[in-house]
Design a protein around this ligand. Structure first.
Ligand code: SF4
Length: 74
C-alpha cells in the first residue's frame, strides 16, 4: 500500500489518517460512528462531533494510524 497521509479538518484540529498503518480494528467506527464511518466517502466527517470528543476517540486507535494536530495541519 502506498504511504500517504489523509487530512481531515474542522477548523480547530486536523485528524491525520495513515491507511498503511491502520489495522482495521474498527475501534474508531464502533466508538464514534458518526465521525468514523467506513461505508461513507469521505469516511471521516468531523462535523458530527466536537473536537474534544474526536480527540478522545483518536487516542484509542491501537495502531497509531489516527493522530491529531492543531489547526489545519499544515
Ligand atoms: S481505530 Fe485506528 S487502527 Fe482501528 S480502524 Fe480506526 S484508524 Fe484503523
Amino acid at each position: 500500500m502506498p504511504v500517504t497521509t489523509h487530512h481531515y479538518n474542522n477548523g480547530e484540529i486536523t485528524i491525520l489518517w495513515q491507511p498503511h498503518i491502520c489495522i482495521h480494528s474498527g475501534i474508531c467506527a464502533r466508538g464514534l460512528h458518526q465521525v468514523f464511518d467506513p461505508a461513507r466517502r469521505p469516511w471521516i466527517d468531523m462535523s458530527h462531533a466536537d473536537s474534544n470528543t474526536i480527540r478522545e476517540q483518536v487516542k484509542k486507535c491501537p495502531s497509531g494510524a489516527l493522530s491529531i494536530v492543531p489547526g489545519d495541519g499544515e
